[in-house]
Structures are given as C-alpha cells and as structure tokens.
Design a protein around this ligand. Structure first.
Ligand code: PEP
Length: 261
C-alpha cells in the first residue's frame, strides 16, 4: 500500500504569479492530504519562488525538463545539479520532448542518470503513437523505451523511479485509453522491469497513467490494477478540476495497491 501520486504538468502555461495563486487556492480546496502525494510541474521560472511557498503546504515540485550535464558551457540550459533541493521529481521523455524537440533514447537515459545522481526522482514517460498502436507495436515501443531510458542505472535505483505510461495519441487529444488497455500496458511494464531488474524493482517502481485524464475518468484509472497515480496535463490547469481529482483520490477506499502482475 502506498500513497497515490498525482502530478500536474502545466507545460508552458501560467505565469509565476498565476502559479503562486494556484498553489494558494489548491491548498484551500484540498486541505491536508493523507493518501495522496501531489506534485506540481510549473514553468521553470516558478520553481524557485514556489519552492518557498510549497514548503508551507504539502505539495512537491517537478521540473518539466533539464539538461543532463551538471555544469559547463551550455547556453540556455539548466542542470539537475542546479535543481537539486528545489524539485523532488523530474519529468523525462515526455512525448512533446521526444517528438517536438527530437529527444532520443541517448538524451533520455542521460537525463535519468543525471536526475538520480542529483537526488531527483525521474518520472520516465513512455508510450506509443497512434500509428504504432495501429501497427500493434505498443509492447515493442514500451520495451524499447524502457530499455533505452533505464540503461546504466541499478536495480535499486529503478525501484525508486516513476514510470508514466502515456499513449501519445491520448495526450491533449481528449481520446483516453480504456482502463483495460492501461491495465494491460502497466502489467507489461512491470513484467519488463522484472525481466531487466528483478522482482523487487518491479514491485517497488511506481507506474502512472497519463493522457486526457479529467474529473470524470480519473477514478477509473486510480482503481485500475497496478496504477499508482496519474500524470495530468490540461485538466490540471483548472484548479477546481484538479482539486476535484485529488479529493476523489483521497476519498478512495484504501485498498492495497494491486500490482497487476
Ligand atoms: C501530459 O502532458 O503529460 C498529459 C497527460 O496531458 P493531457 O492530460 O492534457 O492529455
């Protein structure tokens, strides 16, 4: 049994002031949480000011992106070592980074290593495109992205990371995966982790679902075997919708997290 993890990915939305107001409002709406860990991924600019603010509340912060080297002549980049102590999580391999910014497996695994090295929990995003799904390549894509992203880290480190299963065709489209498909994918993810890193790592790794999650469908994923939480984009921009999802999660009967193996 463990707390469910709910991550808000605000992408390139909300100013620093808007982000700060949001945190204040969210805190008022959800109050003290017992069963849910809430993580906010605002614009990079807001991380430092929000860090002070969230310390008073019970939220954690995630960075949406960073560079994998710790320091040096890399104009415009921010490193995991500079983010150390400010964020608890780092989103890595998001489909927008893979597809719009052409990030490759090599970049992604270097970021996973950099996060681990700097005490930041990686949230490794994986998932198939619509074309890959139509070609029945979902399992191959999941396996390749896990192998590519997790090379060079130990089984102990893998057990502490978070995997977000986010089918690309469901991100920001309003087309969400069926809980049955999510259960199947999550089972496959844990089987691959077990194959690569052993049983303990497969049991410990947290697996989230992300893709057009909203107030109406959130519960169906939270109740899906093997799912430890959610990664939410668009619906997290509306503080009332996001608070509603958190409250549903918080009020869920506390069943043991079924690993779906
Ligand atoms: C995301 O960007 O990770 C995401 C899941 O977005 P949305 O909820 O908007 O589909």
């Amino acid at each position: 049994m463990g707390k469910k993890l709910i991550i808000a990915n605000w992408k390139m939305n909300l100013t620093v002031n808007e982000a700060s107001l949001y945190v204040h409002k969210l805190d008022k709406l959800v109050g003290k949480l017992k069963n849910t860990e809430v993580v906010l991924a605002p614009t990079m600019l807001a991380l430092q000011p929000l860090n002070m603010q969230v310390q008073h509340h019970h939220f954690n912060l995630a960075v949406q992106n960073f560079y994998w080297r710790d320091s040096g002549a890399y104009t415009g980049e921010v490193s995991a070592s500079q983010l150390r102590g400010i964020v608890q999580y780092g989103i890595i391999g998001h489909s927008e980074r893979r597809h719009i910014f052409a990030e490759r497996s090599k970049d992604i695994r270097s970021k996973v290593q950099a996060a681990v090295r700097n005490n930041i929990t990686p949230v490794l995003c994986i998932g198939e495109t619509a074309q890959e799904r139509a070609n029945k390549e979902t399992s191959d894509v999941i396996r390749d992205q896990l192998v590519g992203g997790l090379a060079n880290i130990t089984s102990v480190e893998v057990g502490q990371i978070v995997i977000a299963y986010e089918p690309v065709w469901s991100i920001g489209t309003g087309k969400f995966a069926s809980p049955r498909d999510v259960e199947r994918a999550v089972k496959y993810i844990r089987r691959q982790i077990e194959h690569l890193f052993g049983k303990v790592a497969a049991e410990n790794v947290r697996v989230l679902y992300g893709g057009s999650v909203n107030l109406d469908n959130a519960m169906s994923y939270l109740q899906t075997a093997g799912v430890n939480g959610l990664l939410i984009g668009e619906s997290s921009l509306d503080v009332y919708a996001f608070a509603g999802i958190i409250k549903k999660c918080e009020d869920m009967p506390s069943l043991p997290v079924k690993r779906g193996k």
